[in-house]
Design a binder for this molecule. Sequence first.
Ligand SMILES: [Fe+2]
Length: 208
Amino acid sequence: MQAIVDQEYVRQHAGEVIRSFGLMAYVRSLRTKNKGLLEQLEEKYLSSGIAMPGKLGNAYRLSALIELRVALIYEHMVRRFDENPLVRAFFQKLQEEEQEHARVMVLCLYTVDAQTKLDYVPGVLDPEIRTLLGKLRALARGVWKLSLDQALDLTEELEASEVNVIFDKLLEQTRNPKSDFFISQLAKVEGHAAAVPKRIKALREKLA
Ligand SMILES: [Fe+2]
């Protein structure tokens, strides 16, 4: 299971990383222990990259925002269940994975080909997207009131929701060598929608 592009992953996929992002990114990544490859690339693009303008760019920004809202819910779960090391570690991992998903969307924003034609371009003004964003904000605020059972049920619901559909659809439509790297990397990982219920079941068994 490799949900985050860490140093071990970079070392094992040296050729792929160099082909997609260049030798310097590869070397820098092996030298920088406290940040993953995607975090380093994100910093580089945010400081000197050119973001895709218009609706297409906004769709990636929106998906990144949604992933960060989900990460915030899990961050609150970490604090809510701080006294239980197993639960804390479980939500910490989910939080890190959602942050990594947001980085994938930011990197798509900076690397997508201007010629890309998307069939699916969600916008922040779409009624269903506004509802979703409002719901995620309310959920993050309500974490403090949840029991562990309710929190795990909510996590399952979130991962089965349109949050992951939006991410998957945008990533699938973004075909270029750089996004192919993310697609191939994420394809090796069972999608969150399928993997998280299994992880929750395993956690519940451990806690029983
Ligand atoms: Fe995600």
